[in-house]
Design a protein around this ligand. Structure first.
Ligand code: PHE
Length: 466
């Protein structure tokens, strides 16, 4: 089997694909809102520290497990001789599955807005909230109907993913990222120039580089840590899969540092786009995060900005590329598992899997809309609760599965497979890993403790930290 496994055809291909996985909706619409809440510069600084101390070592760890085992997320634990740890891989695959169900629908909404701004911007400007609601199945005077616009666009989004995945690692994923990622960077720079040259943007810029130590709290630190994990695609075992397609000749340390730098840069630049733009148009109290902000409030920004319509199309295209390349990595990780574990054929697996995830995603979208679908959740403060189905899905991944999988990886590498094995994998081909002592301490003690804190706090207090 080993010889027939796919591999990245070039170093650049891998870097772009891994950066494509990391750079996603988390960077562009979650980060700016969190940075605003966390006190601007204060949050950015803490976030950088989290990436350096936890993001880099964990990404390195997942990549080395992947490359050492040359197997999918579950197979990796079998190949390394520790079958009883394959639950970590299972948590990763199931987590990736649940995330894809909703990530793909939100991707569909983004596509809806690319088309919307291109062809009917005045309608959006006239009633941003109404436009958003109409997509989700709410009409005037309380009328409700099936959210067919959202569902239709989600179907197209899923189809785009499936087409890329079916073509395989090199011809599909690598090639798509080689186009999508440079496009993303170009759009990012254009938007940055537009935002910072708006009259009144200075206040936003100043906020992002100012330090307000009163904002420094335990909660901010945890929020930054959760955001760093989500943003770097850590804790979903995706990087195990992507690492497994890497040849031994690659320097894992350099690649990891590069990918983390790119991801962080995009998040920070997104902050430097959104915050000054909102400060300059709507005013500071309007910065927010989540769907309502990305789809509703931003309409006011584009409406007031010279050339706003063009920049709106570019902005949603940026989100679209970011969402596509991340969603592709999620699906690839599941497909790699299903095809290797059950010996299924790639094309059929992709088609069926995409269909099932799309259908479950419809429940997510419907529960955002008029359908009162409920999920179930538990936390120590509220006890058992029945949140909307869409919220329950996000709680499940953000509060439970991502930290649990990341914790599993730390325990596995720190205490079972041993950091020395990871270091040996990293030092293949004469690479010297100067910070290996620091790495060992981080992965054995500090990272698991930090993740355990996130896990306990989010289950105990019910706050979403990622
Ligand atoms: N890192 C992606 C983002 O920032 C999301 C993601 C999480 C993708 C986990 C894959 C796995 O949006």
């Amino acid at each position: 089997m080993e010889n027939s496994r796919a591999q990245w055809s070039s170093k650049l291909g891998f870097i772009l694909a891994a950066a494509g996985s990391a750079i996603g909706l988390g960077n562009i619409w979650k980060f700016p809102g969190r940075a605003f809440e966390g006190g601007g510069g204060t949050f950015v600084l803490i976030y950088l520290l989290m990436v350096i101390f936890f993001g880099v070592p964990l990404m390195l760890t997942e990549l080395s497990v992947g490359r050492a085992s040359q197997a999918n997320v579950v197979g990796a634990f079998h190949k390394l001789g520790h079958r009883n740890y394959s639950w970590v891989g299972w948590v990763g695959v199931v987590g990736a599955f649940v995330i894809t169900c909703y990530y793909s629908h939100v991707g569909g909404w983004v596509l809806r807005y690319v088309v919307g701004y291109a062809f009917e911007a005045p309608e959006i400007y006239a009633d941003p909230l109404g436009y958003f609601y109409a997509m989700l199945g709410y009409g005037a005077q309380g009328a409700t109907f099936f959210p067919w616009i959202a569902v239709l666009f989600a179907a197209v989004f899923m189809l785009l993913n499936a087409v890329v995945i079916i073509r395989g690692v090199e011809d599909g994923i690598e090639r798509f990222n080689k186009i999508g990622m440079p496009a993303l960077f170009i759009i990012l720079v254009i938007l940055l120039v537009r935002a910072v040259t708006l009259p009144g943007a200075e206040d936003g810029l100043r906020y992002l580089v100012s330090f307000d130590w009163s904002k420094l709290s335990f909660q901010t630190v945890l929020s930054a840590l959760g955001q760093a994990f989500y943003s770097l695609s850590i804790g979903m075992a995706i990087l195990i899969t992507y690492g497994s397609y890497l040849p031994r000749s690659e320097n894992l340390v350099k690649n990891t540092v590069l990918i983390c730098t790119m991801d962080t840069l995009v998040a920070v630049i997104a902050g430097f786009i959104i915050i000054p733009a909102v400060f300059a148009t709507l005013g500071p109290d309007q910065v927010g995060k989540g769907g309502g902000f990305a789809f509703v409030s931003l309409a006011g920004v584009f409406e007031q900005m010279p050339g706003g319509r063009l920049f709106a199309v570019l902005f949603y295209l940026l989100l679209l590329f970011a969402a596509l390349t991340s969603c592709i990595s999620l699906i690839e990780s599941i497909v790699a598992f299903l095809t290797e574990h059950f010996n299924w054929e790639r094309k059929r697996t992709t088609i069926w899997l995409s269909l099932v995830m799309f259908l479950i995603g419809c429940l997510y979208t419907c529960s955002q809309a008029a359908y009162p679908l409920k999920g179930i959740w538990f936390d120590a403060v509220k006890g058992v609760s029945f949140p909307a189905f869409c919220d329950a899905m996000e709680f499940l991944t953000d509060r439970l599965m991502i930290p649990a999988c990341a914790l599993g990886v730390c325990i596995f590498v720190g205490w079972v497979w041993k950091p020395e094995s990871a270091v040996a994998e990293i030092e293949q081909n004469g690479v010297r890993f100067g910070l290996k002592k620091v790495y060992e301490i981080l992965i054995k003690y500090i990272a698991p403790l930090a993740i355990l804190t996130i896990l306990i706090l989010s289950l105990a207090t019910g706050t979403t930290l990622s």
